[in-house]
Design a protein around this ligand. Structure first.
Ligand code: NAD
Ligand code: UDP
Ligand code: UDP
Length: 345
């Protein structure tokens, strides 16, 4: 234990050393809701290193303190334990609104709460932005496109989507759609400066271990040399982006003057069956698969059209699937090891 503590102390000294110095005029005060989660914590790292003041508001439903632990104690960092469904009165220059469960298992666990976070929570953040005149970026999702029809592939931002309003995924999909509607209502009526990022499937270190999503499941199954569980025939497709690419995109969108929705994702598309093979190959095991029942309302294909982000933000993903998966597999290996050693996080 003492040795671990010593290592962690060293790590935070190293992290602190990477923080740029910004003078008072260029240093911003930035709120990240859901900043203790997977994506949020990487955004915290990015903005802290840029030299800004970062405030995280999180209720730790799916996030964990461990993800931002290396910043606790830094003078530019503050962690507030707060449920975003309740109002929050603070003074900030920018808001990244990420608070919401993101994986089907988590958001279906309490669908009513999922709707509240994305509606009431978003109203609160837009109200805060309005009061203090802050820019606000809403983390929306490719799920606003639902199960896209064949004519809308890849998905462009002009597609209105194909969502079942009363299906099991509706609490999340419709919640995010209302979050977008609210953003443009506040922009029009209250002149709030909004940014809307439609985020496609993202993976990387600090993603959840057991949230039932495909990348985590497949890596864990391959590492344990278990059969890989494929829901349905495995022909359904997804396109995965590495988390650092997403963070770059979010920061670029916030900086830009563009207020309409922007897709952020990696257009490299694979079937789920192919994913099983790629991941087993990288872990170094033979692919063993097990076909289970398909999931209700499972989108059959998903691939972002990122022309808008390329043209307007000069952004495109840089990390290849192979490199990103290698880094993620490494993370999972270490986590498994420390779990086996009985460390609690
Ligand atoms: P995550 O579950 O790791 O992070 C969400 C964070 O929000 C967690 O820290 C959680 O504790 C917090 N949170 C949840 N409800 C809250 C509440 N009521 N009050 C305060 N905090 C609350 O998920 P993530 O993958 O980091 O996703 C972040 C955002 O990006 C979400 O809005 C999600 O919808 C969106 N998104 C993610 C993906 C993806 O593939 N990861 C894809 C599309 C969109
Ligand atoms: N709000 C908040 N922090 C603020 C300002 C507002 O959390 O600094 C919340 C508050 O709960 C309010 C909501 O945001 O109900 C919407 O604010 P708005 O000003 O749009 O509406 P109103 O205050 O009239 O309800
Ligand atoms: N999936 C699968 N096996 C798993 C987990 C997921 O075949 O163990 C499939 C799932 O049916 C879906 C795809 O992988 O078609 C992506 O699922 P995930 O839950 O990761 O994300 P989302 O559906 O939200 O894109």
């Amino acid at each position: 234990e003492a040795r671990i503590e010593e290592l962690e102390k060293k790590m935070s000294v190293k992290t602190y050393a990477t923080v740029k110095f910004l003078n008072y005029q260029s240093r911003k005060k930035i709120l990240i809701t859901g900043g203790a989660g997977f994506v949020g914590s990487h955004l915290v790292d990015y903005l802290m290193k840029e030299g800004h003041e970062v405030i995280v508001a999180d209720n730790f439903f799916t996030g964990r303190k461990h993800n931002v632990q290396h910043w606790i104690g830094h003078q530019n960092f503050e962690l507030i334990s707060h449920d975003i469904v309740n109002p929050l009165y603070i003074e900030v220059d920018e808001i990244y609104h990420l608070a919401s469960p993101a994986s089907p298992i988590h958001y279906m666990q309490n669908p009513v709460k999922t709707i509240k976070v994305n509606t009431l929570g978003t109203i609160n953040m837009l109200g805060l932005a309005r009061r203090v005149g802050a820019k606000i970026l809403i983390a929306s999702t490719s799920e606003v496109y639902g199960d896209p029809d064949l004519h809308h592939h890849p998905q462009t931002e002009t597609y209105w989507g194909h969502v079942n309003p009363i299906g099991p995924r509706a609490c999340y999909d419709e919640g995010k759609r209302v979050a977008e509607t609210l953003s443009y209502a506040y922009a029009k009526q209250e002149k709030v400066d909004v940014r809307v990022a439609r985020i496609f499937n993202t993976y990387g270190p600090r993603m959840h271990f057991n949230d039932g999503r495909v990348v985590g499941n497949f890596i864990l199954q391959a590492l344990k040399n278990e059969s890989i569980t494929i829901y349905g025939d495995g022909k359904q497709t997804r396109s995965f982006q590495y988390v650092s690419d997403l963070v770059d995109g979010l920061a670029a969108l916030m900086k830009s003057n563009y207020t309409q929705p922007v897709n952020l994702g990696n257009p490299q598309e694979h079937s789920i069956q192919e994913f099983a093979e790629i991941i087993s190959g990288l872990v170094g095991v033979k692919t063993k698969t097990e076909h289970l029942n398909s999931v209700e309302d499972d989108p059959q294909r998903r691939k972002p059209d990122i022309t808008r982000a390329k043209n307007l933000l000069n952004w495109e993903p840089k990390i290849s699937l192979k490199k990103g998966l290698q880094m993620t597999i490494e993370y999972f290996r270490n986590e498994l090891e420390s779990e086996n050693m009985g460390r609690v996080k």
